[in-house]
Design a protein around this ligand. Structure first.
Ligand SMILES: NC(=O)c1ccc[n+]([C@@H]2O[C@H](COP(=O)([O-])OP(=O)(O)OC[C@H]3O[C@@H](n4cnc5c(N)ncnc54)[C@H](O)[C@@H]3O)[C@@H](O)[C@H]2O)c1
Length: 483
């Protein structure tokens, strides 16, 4: 099953950096056992560890984490559940060195997605990479090149792409015009979270974690009390709520209109309100994207309906999902949904079975199908698809980061010529007031409106924005220029 040159090939790869080398000859054959290692086990990695072994012909052979406590617990629980011991790795490079591994699942924080995928492809592994596709736009291009060059199968973990009922209904919207001509699409992620704290003394990494390896390409400075998960709210590792839950929602928005390229412009409005903490990213965010098919807006809220409350806001009955306005009818939904007419009467229910684990099992099965067939076109969410949706998050964050703080009270005037943003801002202002934000003294970050060249995936005439298409990498964790 393993190619004759594979061991020599792997031995030639340096321990710290994989360089451009020939494609390993190995490919999982259609009927052979597929040996998988899950990398990153604290959160969603646990469900991958338990989901992949349920697929016929797949054997999870190992688990990898830089936190020895997480690794130990997950491996022990796996043994209890599945009755055999996993090989334990504390460094993902050792997984890539291992010729007895065919595919990896990268359930690591966002700042590791690009490098982990490129290294995986170079080492001849197929890769299931969690969303967002990458930590920045440039990296995703490198992932795509690596997948092509080494003929690897790479699936991005935006699992709703594998829901048969959405595949069919969205096709009907695009191809049969069941909602009429599309006017606009609105994405919603109206959740509630809490402050992550503002420690007076710099927190120390968990004693069980290899902090240097956890940080990888990012800085080793630690400013969060909760080591795992709260990295989402620091630009060095995460991509804000926009890059956390945004890829799921914006993917639905983009998919439903069939937008297979970057938008022509992006604008953002937002800020971090009500919490006095170390987090860097907005907890309230409005995004707007121009597409020829239909404009997309996205509203994010991480504050509850009002100060002291524990419930999430709703817009037309939805906290999470999309509202697709057509000339004939409107669709409101997330995993499932309904079509309503102009009088608000439900004229069709959109339902379907998303299978176990919130639909992730279907998506895993689809990855395995692609691995067996060796055809990227068999994947429901290739790097290209995942990249286009994740890029919407990065574009919005770039607009935000290049914005200017203005008085919140002046926002209506500043966005009056952008009706979709203006109406979302009205709702945002009411919501902030309910959360105790004083509109007379508070400010808001008015993002820079950025023109985009969809074909080249760059910002014409905006050097500052183009610089944010990629990051500085901390050596030796550098995504190579030449994959
Ligand atoms: N598709 C989905 O529905 C879904 C849901 C949740 C999370 N996610 C994505 O999955 C990823 C992980 O999220 P999470 O909530 O599980 O995060 P988490 O912080 O809870 O867990 C990440 C784990 O990765 C480990 N890790 C970090 N760097 C590593 C490295 N270099 N090698 C090996 N292990 C490493 C950490 O120690 C930790 O155990 C994120 O990118 C997130 O966006 C996707």
């Amino acid at each position: 099953m393993v190619s004759i040159n594979r061991r020599q090939f792997m031995a030639a790869i340096s321990a710290t950096a994989f360089t451009s080398m020939g494609t390993p000859a190995y490919s999982a054959m259609a009927n052979e056992e597929l040996r998988v290692v899950v990398i990153g086990l604290n959160g969603i990695g646990r469900t991958h560890l338990e989901g992949f072994p349920l697929i016929p012909g797949v054997r999870v052979v190992g688990a990898c984490d830089v936190d020895s406590a997480v690794l130990g617990t997950r491996a022990e629980n796996f043994d209890k559940k599945f009755g055999y011991q996993l090989k334990k790795y504390d460094d993902l490079r050792r997984v890539y060195d291992d010729p007895n591994v065919d595919a990896v699942v990268l359930a690591v924080p966002n700042h590791w997605h690009g490098l982990g995928t490129v290294w995986g492809c170079q080492a001849g592994k197929d890769v299931y990479t969690e969303k967002p596709c990458s930590h920045n736009i440039w990296e995703a291009g490198q992932m795509e090149k690596a997948a092509q060059k080494y003929e690897r199968i790479v699936q991005i973990g935006i699992q709703r792409r594998s829901f048969p009922h959405l595949q069919e209904f969205f096709r009907e919207i695009r191809e049969e015009g069941v909602l009429g001509k599309l006017k606009s699409v609105k994405g919603l992620y109206l959740s509630r979270r809490a402050s992550i704290g503002k420690p007076e003394v710099a927190p120390k990494p968990l004693p069980t974690v290899n902090h240097d390896l956890w940080c990888g390409p990012g800085s080793t400075k630690l400013e969060r009390l909760r080591y795992h998960y709260d990295w989402h709210w620091f630009w060095d590792y995460g991509n804000a709520e926009l890059g956390n839950n945004g890829p799921h929602i914006l993917d639905l928005c983009r998919w439903v209109v069939g937008a297979e390229e970057f938008p022509t412009s992006v604008t953002s409005v937002g800020g971090r309100y009500a919490w006095d903490d170390n987090g860097q990213t907005p907890n309230t965010h409005i995004l707007s994207y121009d597409y020829a098919t239909a404009p997309i807006t996205f509203e994010i809220r991480d504050l509850p309906t009002a100060e002291g409350k524990r419930d999430s806001c709703k817009y037309r009955g939805l906290s999470y999902g999309i509202v697709v306005e057509g000339e004939d009818a409107t669709y409101l939904g997330f995993d499932t949904g309904k079509v309503i007419d102009h009088n608000g009467k439900t004229i069709r229910e959109i339902t379907g079975d998303k299978g176990p684990d919130g639909g992730r099992q279907l998506h895993r099965e689809n990855f395995v199908k692609g691995v067996r067939s060796r055809k990227t076109k068999d994947l429901n969410c290739s790097v290209r698809t995942g990249h286009l949706s994740s890029a919407l998050c990065h574009l919005g964050n770039i607009s935000h980061q290049l914005g200017e703080p203005i008085a919140l009270s002046s926002l209506p005037e500043r966005v009056q010529d952008q009706p979709l943003i203006a109406e979302a801002s009205e709702r945002m202002n009411e919501h902030l007031a309910a959360n105790g934000v004083n509109s007379q003294t508070a400010s808001v970050q008015l993002g820079r409106t950025l023109e985009i060249d969809p074909a080249k995936e760059v910002f014409p005439n905006d050097d500052a924005a183009n610089q944010l298409l990629r990051r500085e990498y901390r050596s030796p964790f550098i995504v190579p220029e030449q994959v």
